[in-house]
Design a protein. Structure first.
Length: 526
């Protein structure tokens, strides 16, 4: 069974190599040059344990840097990372390609501790204000407002121009190290985050099974008759889903696309794993992040409703700001072959998280004035959030103890527990929602279409050649593949909407922008 493999330069499947640099340009001409298929499928590679750390390219990628910026600029986002990732020892942790989640989580902890100091000052200012109101002392009210504004301004200034902020600038990020983990509880969860970053199991929550990989854009499926021989004088050669999976893995790994990763991933809902020792060995513990190749092969040969293996193709573009993924599932029985594909995309980040790149090393007078005004506008909300913010820091031990006690009771009495991941930081910071995704560059939307068509073409070519090698008539597959490929081609040079609305922002990130929205139903030209 093939294992996860990076392909910096069209290396053969199973070869060990270093991922290509995240900043490598996308070679359009080379990407369309398909290598001929081998005469026989590649032999299965032995099972491999999960690597100990995330790839170095993800550690210093733009996606990791902007997520670190996000937790420092947005206290709600930082708190969500801590509460839904670092304070959930029994839940799965979502993995996103092109991101080092360990660095993001450690920056979230550091940002949250700084924001707790601000909230403490706000609570003090609120106490002064209440005392002033009770005694009808107007000067105390003014002093309370001034103290509160000073606390908010100081924290915002440090987040934008402090020592940590200096290390998050584009030219400095590669030379900095993430903050240390402050407590044993954080260190234990960081170990789980590290394992999840390199695992091959997705334990999801809700409807979308492709958690951490963004928005489902489009897909296709087809069922093929495998009982009709191509040459009636010869018999059909039987095959298994695992054999075809290995062939697809080998051929897709040979695509000459930078930052391409191909491997098998198991998707299972968190509500279905509690009693399954394959995924939750300890009923009071967390689900596994890695499963062996024997389990994947068994699920390919004997499909189950709830746990489904997918051959996953991940292509990291634009230094991690755009990630396109394909999920391919195969089901083989005595008379037919079922092929299912789903394509997802992680779009660039929200514009607010790019503002760090517009800040000079030392603020100008205009930047100080704008920051002061934003802090004044933010002050009422800061007052409302300061008490919950302080209590979440001071009572974190009590909160975790009570939650652990309640979860143990649920597991003991109900013999069930939902282990699905609650939160994906990469998806939460992305510029997308249920209405579609937003790009900052026109070329980003073109790259999504390009890689989809390249992968589609390679999948169909491989399927056709594989069926022919088994003496199965591929004519039906050829007709169906032409229909699917033609349906995704842009007509007259117009942009085709893939799976929903596409918004494009033509801007210098962090500055003024002009927004154009392209809305068209899937499969039609806008």
């Amino acid at each position: 069974m093939p294992t996860w493999s990076n392909n910096p330069a069209a290396a053969p499947a199973g070869a060990t190599g270093t991922p290509a640099p995240a900043t490598a340009p996308l070679n359009t001409a080379a990407a369309f040059a398909f290598a001929p298929a081998p005469a026989a499928p590649a032999p299965p590679a032995p099972a491999a344990p999960a690597p100990a750390t995330a790839p170095a390219s993800a550690r210093y990628s733009a996606a990791t840097r902007y997520l670190c910026v996000a937790v420092h600029l947005n206290s709600r986002f930082a708190r969500a990372v801590i509460e839904h990732v670092l304070e959930e020892p029994r839940l799965a942790i979502t993995r996103s390609p092109g991101v080092d989640p360990v660095t993001v989580c450690l920056h979230a902890v550091a940002a949250s501790r700084r924001q707790a100091v601000r909230d403490g000052a706000l609570v003090g200012a609120l106490a002064v204000a209440m005392y002033g109101v009770s005694g009808l002392q107007i000067p105390l009210l003014g002093l309370a407002v001034l103290l509160a504004w000073t606390a908010v301004f100081a924290e915002s200034y440090v987040a934008s121009w402090g020592t940590v902020a200096h290390g998050l600038r584009k030219d400095n990020f590669a030379n900095t190290s993430p903050p240390p983990a402050p407590t044993d509880r954080v260190r234990q969860q960081i170990a789980r985050v590290t394992a999840a970053a390199t695992g091959n199991v997705t334990v999801y929550r809700g409807y979308n099974p492709f958690g951490g990989h963004g928005w489902i854009r489009t897909g296709w499926s087809l069922a093929l008759d495998t009982t009709k021989p191509q040459n009636t004088a010869k018999s059909i050669v039987p095959f298994t889903a695992a054999e075809l999976n290995a062939r697809l893995d080998a051929e897709l790994s040979r695509l000459d696309i930078p930052n391409l990763t191909v491997g098998n991933r198991l998707l299972v809902n968190g509500s279905d794993v509690h009693d399954d020792l394959r995924f939750v060995p300890d009923p009071y513990g967390a689900p596994v992040a890695w499963t062996d190749q024997a389990t994947l092969a068994s699920l390919m040969t004997y499909p189950e409703d709830r746990a489904r293996p997918y051959l996953t193709v991940e292509i990291i573009c634009w230094d991690g700001e755009l990630v396109w993924s394909a999920f391919v599932r195969l089901v083989v029985n005595d008379t037919s072959l079922f092929v299912e594909t789903n394509y997802t995309v992680l779009p660039p980040f929200r514009p607010a998280y790019y503002t760090m790149d517009d800040l000079l090393a030392r603020p100008t007078a205009g930047q100080i004035v704008r920051l002061a005004w934003r802090c004044a506008i933010h002050l009422p909300r800061a007052f409302l959030e300061c008490i919950p913010g302080v209590s979440s820091h001071l009572l974190v031990g009590l909160h975790c103890w009570r939650k652990d006690r309640w979860e143990r009771r649920v597991i003991r009495e109900l013999s069930r527990f939902h282990h699905g991941a609650l939160f994906s930081p990469r998806e939460a910071a992305a510029n997308g929602d249920s209405n579609g995704v937003t790009y900052h560059r026109y070329f980003q939307s073109l790259d999504e279409q390009m890689v989809m068509k390249i992968v589609d073409k390679r999948i169909f070519n491989t399927l056709i050649e594989f069926l022919a090698s088994k003496n199965i008539d591929p004519d039906e597959l050829k007709r169906r593949s032409e229909q699917i490929i033609n349906a995704s081609i842009s007509v007259g040079g117009n942009l085709t909407s893939i799976g929903g609305n596409v918004s494009m922002v033509n801007s210098a990130l962090g500055g003024s922008s002009a927004t154009a929205t392209v809305s068209s139903p899937p499969g039609s030209s806008s």
